[in-house]
Write a protein that binds this ligand. Structure first.
Ligand SMILES: Cc1cc2nc3c(=O)[nH]c(=O)nc-3n(C[C@H](O)[C@H](O)[C@H](O)COP(=O)(O)OP(=O)(O)OC[C@H]3O[C@@H](n4cnc5c(N)ncnc54)[C@H](O)[C@@H]3O)c2cc1C
Length: 225
């Protein structure tokens, strides 16, 4: 089993829930639609939600070059990215043993500005496909001007950890005889039926990948410790 890559990525509370293998970390990064990006400017820490996508050994972020977040990261601020997938509410027999089933990944690193046009275009294409597979081929691609106006950053997946909780509640032994109902309420991100843009050109049908879209997640594990 892979070891934690650094002291700051080592899960100390409930280390049995930790994973440091890339397959686990990559699955969480790939299923998450957003990450939270933490960084510090002049002693003030910010944590902001952003769209991300993983391509190989890097996570890509994008946005306006005017974004304070992207500027700080481009200038070398230490970043911490967190992706959280919520899999269930864990209802225990005692109030304080209630919990959640989750899969989360935390990644430390410094971002690099992506200037290479091929890498930039690949990142933006993969990002669009990450949101909804099949979309890129259906829409107008970015112009050179749009590409210039879009900042793309990459963060290497060198220092990363995952933490995963699965399974039923863990009650105190003496509480298993209590009458309170206990167990797990599974949670999933649900997609509704596509809603057409009011300015949609007449006759344009929703593509099948939009009609069939059922969320970014595969079935999470339900068993385990
Ligand atoms: C689901 C989601 C996905 C997003 N994806 C992207 C993305 O891929 N790229 C991108 O550039 N931006 C994205 N955003 C917007 C992003 O969170 C920032 O608002 C934006 O990047 C501007 O960043 P800034 O550093 O210039 O913020 P500033 O405007 O400088 O922030 C100033 C202050 O405004 C408040 N603030 C800023 N953003 C938020 C927020 N989202 N929610 C609540 N308060 C806020 C905070 O107090 C912050 O300190 C996303 C937002 C959401 C909710």
């Amino acid at each position: 089993m892979p070891e934690p890559p650094s002291d700051r990525t080592t899960v100390k509370r409930k280390p049995q829930r930790a994973a440091y293998d890339r397959a686990t970390i990559d699955t969480i990064l790939d299923e998450g639609l957003i990450c939270h990006v933490g960084f510090t400017i002049d002693g003030q820490t910010f944590v902001l939600p952003m769209i991300h996508v993983r391509v190989g050994d890097k996570v890509y972020l994008h946005g306006s070059p005017a974004s304070r977040t992207l500027q700080a990261l481009a200038q070398g601020a230490e970043a911490c990215l967190a992706v959280t997938l919520l899999d269930g509410l864990v209802l225990a027999r005692s109030a304080l043993h209630h919990s959640m089933n989750y899969r989360s990944a935390v990644l430390f690193g410094r971002a690099a500005v992506v200037d290479d046009p091929v890498e930039k275009a690949t990142a933006l294409q993969t990002l669009t496909e990450h949101l909804i597979p099949g979309r890129w081929a259906d829409v107008r691609g970015p112009t050179d001007r749009e590409l210039r106006q879009t900042q793309v950053l990459s963060v290497p997946i060198h220092e990363a950890s995952a933490k995963v909780r699965t399974g039923p509640p863990l009650d105190d032994e003496g509480d298993y005889e209590l009458g309170a109902r206990a167990g797990v309420i599974p949670l999933r991100l649900a997609a509704g039926s596509p809603i057409s843009d009011p300015r949609l050109k007449a006759g344009v049908q929703a593509p099948q990948y939009a009609v069939d879209y059922s969320g970014p997640r595969s079935v999470p594990p339900l068993e385990g410790g």
